[in-house]
Design a protein around this ligand. Structure first.
Ligand code: 3PG
Length: 396
């Protein structure tokens, strides 16, 4: 039976073809929404989405679902706890759209400084206002604070340095070779910044991070850019800061963003002239979409050919395993069964296990992660097996 892949968002044709070429049954339904997915995904093996929400109802209704791929970076549109309960892999495509998001962040920064959108609106309304729009500050020599210096933040840093800005970052542990200064405390960083740009994922730890306190550290008249996730900002605190400190804001992500690709929108932000909003287009360049699609195809191909999931996000980071047992053994039937029966008899849980074979196929090595320690007597029992070459056991 063919593996069924449902692609529930816009996806470039050439990459759909690549999946068909490896004999997959591809269902391309780019207009599906959250509430259509439980029915649409119930018989498929793999679901690919961009921002369409994969909720618990979809996951629970599915009979064969094995892998959900987020064709993008953020995975907050997928109910990962529900996927964990059913052993469904969730993977993403990190880094593939970083340049596109960084380009938009820089574009928004220049837009805020020169008020480009207002220039255009006035022109379209038949109004010429060189006097007013000549009052921009310029970005050279200004200080930019990058909150979250991962794949996207790093691309923003490179571009901002090229503009002659001083670039400071929060959480730069993952980058090297970029001339930006690290700050661990927001109350030290924010008061220095003329421009702040957010590049963090939406997690329980980052929800509402930009609250009243953070806005209190920001300079009056500073610029704030959010091309990450709306949840990072407490919208009420932001509106207050816009009104009381003249903070000017550009957002590619907003609270209650519509799931549909086109339609009506109502937001309190529409009333505020110091707020520019783009339509969650950060990742939506052709270059980025092709890179994301190529990565999605690669994840699917690797999974089908080897069972390995690249960018597997719901693998346990902390397991209950506290001990590692490594057994080198002749690659013969029954050897592992014998080792495992020794472990089972003492009621010890194996958390993770991997058996790999040396070139030539004579010897294999089995690594097990165990919840509790095995005893010297058990090790002796294993070593007594003539098909076992070595046993090592360490606390991890
Ligand atoms: C991402 O997480 O990759 C971006 O938010 C892009 O979302 P989109 O693919 O729905 O445009």
């Amino acid at each position: 039976m063919k593996v069924k892949v449902l692609i529930a968002d816009k996806f470039p044709e050439q990459y759909i073809q690549q999946l068909k070429d490896i004999d997959l049954d591809v269902i391309y339904s780019p207009k599906l929404g959250e509430n259509d997915l439980p029915e649409a995904a119930k018989d498929v093996d793999i679901v690919v989405v961009r921002s369409t929400i994969v909720n618990a109802a979809t996951i629970n209704a599915s009979k064969n679902l094995n892998l959900i791929i987020r064709a993008g970076a953020g995975v907050n549109n997928i109910d990962i706890p529900a996927a964990n309960q059913k052993g469904i892999y969730v993977a993403n495509c990190p880094g593939m759209n970083s340049v596109a998001v960084a380009e938009l962040a820089i574009g928004l920064m220049i837009s805020l400084d020169r008020r480009i959108p207002d220039n255009v609106i006035d022109f379209r309304n038949g109004k010429w206002n060189k006097g007013e729009y000549s009052k921009a500050e310029g970005l050279m020599g200004k200080t930019l604070g990058i909150i979250g210096v991962g794949n996207i933040g790093k691309e923003v840093a490179k571009r901002a340095l090229a503009l002659g800005m001083n670039v400071y970052g929060k959480d730069i542990s993952r980058i090297e070779g970029i001339a930006i200064k690290d700050f661990s405390e927001m109350n030290q960083l924010l008061p220095l910044c003329d421009v702040v740009t957010l590049h963090l994922p939406a997690t329980p730890q980052t929800k509402g991070l930009f609250n009243k306190e953070m806005f209190s550290y920001m300079k009056p008249n500073a610029l704030l850019i959010n091309t990450a996730r709306a949840d990072l900002i407490d919208q009420d605190a932001m509106i207050e800061a816009i009104k009381t400190k003249n903070i000017r804001v550009a957002l590619d992500v907003i609270k209650n963003e519509p799931e549909e690709k086109a339609g009506e929108i109502k937001s309190p932000l529409q009333e505020l002239k110091n707020v520019y909003v783009t339509h969650h287009i950060g990742a939506s360049t052709e270059q980025a979409q092709n890179a994301v699609a190529a990565e999605t195809v690669k994840i699917i191909k690797d999974f089908i050919s080897s069972g390995v999931i690249a960018h597997w996000v719901n693998r346990a980071k902390i397991s209950d395993a506290h001990y590692q047992l490594v057994v080198k053994h002749y690659d013969k039937p029954g050897v592992l069964a014998n080792i495992m029966s020794i472990i089972r008899d003492k009621n010890i849980n194996i958390e993770e296990i991997e058996n790999v074979i040396f070139d030539g196929g004579v010897v294999a090595c089995c690594t097990m992660k165990l919840k509790t320690s095995i005893t010297t007597e058990m090790i002796k029992q294993m070593q007594d097996n003539p098909n076992v070459l070595s046993v090592s056991h360490v606390a991890i």
